[in-house]
Design a protein around this ligand. Sequence first.
Ligand code: SF4
Length: 503
Amino acid sequence: MGENRLTGAGNPVRRLSKTRLLSHLQCPRRLWLETFRPELAATSAATAAAFSAGNSVGAVARRIYGGSDGVLIDTGTDTAAALAATTEILEGGACGPLFEAAFEYGGVLIRADVLVPLRGSYRLVEVKASTALKDEHAIDCAIQNWVMSGAGLAPVSVSLAHVDHRFEYRGNDDYNGLLVECDVGDSVAALDHQVPGWIRDALATLDGGEPEVAVGAQCDKPHACPFKQSCWSAGARYPVTGLGGSKAKIAALVNDGYRDIRDVPAARLAGAAQQRIRAATCRGAARLDEAAVTFARGLAYPRFFLDFETISPAVPVWPGTRPYETLPVQYSCHIEQAPGEFTHEEFLELSLHPPLRALAEALIRTLRQTGPILTYSSYERRVIGILQNRFPDLAEALAAIAARLQDLLPVTRNHYYHPDMLGSWSIKSVLPAIAPDLDYAELEGIRDGAAAADAYLCAISAETTNEERARLEQQLRDYCRFDTLAMVSLLRFFESGGRPAGE
Ligand code: SF4
């Protein structure tokens, strides 16, 4: 295949892929930073979870579409090898489904998720882990269709397969019905003439200096940009993003040149919460209201500190469950029987069977009949509601538990702020301020809920060795226990009138 005038082939900086073109369509600055300043990128836990969901759905798609003669072009990141393998298979007259086939045209490389043989050619199926067709999917497919057509293999049709949220897994590895296909041929045809322009614009960006782009809605649409920290905060000690509230108003502050909360004029703030954050930040000192102290001192004994871990896999793992369904799999509970007298109970089962019933029964035993149950966010209430729906015979006991829940988050949000929290009341942001000796960074392996969910799914996989399972189990126990320990520290901090742990 000859190089045409659009191509950037030969120059790795100007070599484009579908992903890089999509980055440019989101924001020219994003493509430029990905190319020249990749070290500034910060992948969020949500992005990592979406990536993991995409991988699991992709693997199931290969089983659904593969039949007995599907071929995966598995060359890792070696694109030259993928192109050569694809050419060899197509020229050899293969007639089975192809996965991850590579094509290059106009300086753009694509990997086609699924090619299904049809009428002597192939139909293209792009697989997504989302539960609905989105506008950006048509653009994604249009780029692939344009490149494949230019490379000499115009798809007979173009479809997008996404997860059907109504699918219920029946077991036996039968995932037929997990994906639902939508024909996007008309949208692709309507976009086809725009693709050369997209390529030209992207190459022009790469030939120039760092683009000046105002921050705005595009930073989260269609995907969270990994350069938000760099563009929105630019190294500020107390970034204005910490003010919270309307994203459009924060973007306006950034675009007006304000980066640090301390520099924002009071007149530009919206509401009491932002005023409180700015005042504490300018003062360089925490603020604790008496209301939080009164709340903590007024709690009866025994006190329970509860935290759940859940999974919501795109590909259901247990019969009777649906894609992305939230399923509680673990809890930790610190119990303060009397002032300073603690015990700890927990639940975690790593068998191949669903643990939900056993978890619900254990929870009822752990939480006894009386005493406030402290949580940090309303998530635990939601999880108990899920268990109530699943097990009607336990609903009454679970309702009694729900009636005892006391959420520490609104108390903290309304009555405590430390400048180092940078506008976040997540327990991970609050903890360093109130208990410097407790640090999530010291945990091995798992440091957030998304990582815990991934670790759990890995631990229950039949392919995981016993040694690896034992290692993951310990990490899961340590992480969940740390979450409730953090709540214990927070309540003690409030009770003491704001004395950090250890003082
Ligand atoms: S954070 Fe926003 S402005 Fe910066 S590169 Fe990403 S999308 Fe562009």
